[in-house]
Design a protein around this ligand. Structure first.
Ligand code: KE4
Length: 430
């Protein structure tokens, strides 16, 4: 019997490349057809055939309060009755900017855009404008959205396609993108010694969430800060994923290293399309119309989108205990995943920072792409399908992180861990 999802996927494939509007959703690296989702509530999503899933994608990070949170829905309802977009400044944009500036330690001024890609693309242009230099350093397996400059040795969906560098990126653009290894302090120092005077910026996910979940080694972020200071480059923390997720102030609050610019997305839109870039006032004032660096957007700061972001960030600001709860759930998962790794030490590694985690199908230690690239993708595919069959939706790629929300429970974590144990005991001879 063809399910409604399969019927929709067949229709979608005739109209939309790969049947999806973002590659990783197509289940390309895990096999099978993706269920089409009809609704979500709390930690659950339901597909168009009525199948319910315990959700660890959380829309790839935004749904930190859980799906269909009442305060977010109420905010949307209150705004949409007054119109959805004006192309003129609105009060909500100011409120969202205040919530971001109040929370993120290094952000003095912020510009709202529509996606994480727009945020990182704009931050890079700003760093180039501020320094008069062209080169940017990113890290193998780092993913910063799909702007040309970043699709060089990228992580996330680009990695699953086995082509971390995309066709269509001009050679000249790729030549200005230098690729280093995450957590390799000697490597970054050597790179700067060789060409530091030509480097406009280093862009880094302070916790790498697009090649699983990889934490910075002690002192690593401080090294990035010091080499940028020594050579006059800007340090950009891409906190699109970690912002408001690993802590209210993001990874920069956890590791106490302040970048010059920060990019944000996901949680700050509460599930609607909002991105942002911000940081030092002297740098941000170069952005048009206050300065010469041009960046614009028809729907930037859209009143409907910012209302969901305001509701989400206001809730997080008013209820700091949410982060204690997210961490409590994470510690519960640490205990269960730790026991799993102990049973299969040569096959698995578990890492968690705040409310994001990653089960790498590679032996510890996993500090960067070199180890992640050795992941057993076939084993992950079977593991993913086993859990899906038990009604647990993981991110459909071994190069992604898991996300949970304040709506998840210890029971949800146990359900995931129990299913993981069953799958691995079936698939891995210990
Ligand atoms: P968007 O353009 O997708 O809003 O944001 C791009 C981006 C930038 N920086 C970081 C650190 C990110 O993780 C992302 C997007 N993350 C992926 C998931 N790993 C989005 C999922 C998808 O591409 O469908």
């Amino acid at each position: 019997m063809t399910s409604r999802s399969q019927e929709l996927f067949a229709r979608a494939n005739r109209l939309i490349p790969g049947g999806v509007n973002s590659p990783v959703r197509a289940f390309g690296s895990v096999g099978g057809d993706p269920p089409f989702i009809h609704s979500g509530s709390g930690s659950r999503i339901v597909d168009v055939d009525g199948n319910e899933y315990l959700d660890f994608i959380g829309s790839w990070g935004p749904m930190i309060l859980g799906h269909a949170h009442a305060e977010v829905l109420d905010a949307l309802g209150e705004v949409m009755g007054r119109g959805t977009s004006f192309g003129a400044p609105t009060e909500g944009e100011v409120r969202l900017a205040e919530l971001i500036v109040d929370a993120v330690p290094s952000v003095e001024m912020v510009r709202l855009v529509n996606s994480g890609t727009e945020a990182t693309m704009s931050a890079l242009r700003l760093a180039r404008a501020a320094t008069g230099r062209d080169r940017v350093v990113k890290f193998r397996g780092g993913y910063h959205g799909h702007a040309d400059a970043f699709l060089v040795q990228a992580g996330s969906g680009a990695a699953t396609l086995g082509q971390p560098s995309s066709p269509g990126v001009p050679a000249g653009t790729a030549a200005d993108t230098l690729v280093a290894e995450f957590n390799d302090t000697d490597g970054i120092r050597e790179l700067f010694a060789e060409m530091g005077d030509a480097i406009a910026a280093v862009i880094v996910e302070p916790v790498s969430g697009n090649m699983g979940c990889i934490a910075p080694l002690p002192g690593y972020l401080e090294t990035l800060r010091s080499v940028c200071d020594e050579f006059g480059a800007l340090l950009i923390f891409d906190e699109v994923m970690t912002g408001f997720r690993v802590a209210h102030g993001g990874a920069q609050a956890v590791y106490r290293v302040h970048p010059d610019l920060t990019t944000l997305g996901k949680v700050i839109g509460g599930g609607l399309p909002v991105g942002a870039y911000g940081g030092r006032r002297d740098v941000m004032e170069m952005v048009a119309p206050s300065g010469p660096m041009y960046q614009a957007g028809t729907l930037s700061g859209n009143p409907l989108a910012v209302s969901a972001g305001i509701a989400t960030l206001a809730h997080l600001a008013e209820h700091p205990e949410v982060y204690d709860r997210l961490d409590e759930l994470g510690r519960h998962l640490d205990r269960r995943m730790g026991a799993l790794v102990e049973r299969h030490p040569d096959r698995l590694t578990w890492t968690r920072v705040g409310a994001m985690g990653g089960l790498a199908f590679a032996p510890a230690p996993v500090h960067g792409w070199a180890q992640v690239a050795e992941s057993d993708q076939e084993l992950f595919g079977g593991f993913f399908r086993d859990l899906l069959a038990e009604g647990i939706m993981l991110p459909p790629s071994c190069f992604e992180a898991l996300f949970w929300s304040a709506a998840h429970t210890e029971g949800d974590m146990d359900r995931f861990a129990d299913a993981a144990e069953r799958s691995l005991s079936k698939r891995v001879s210990s």
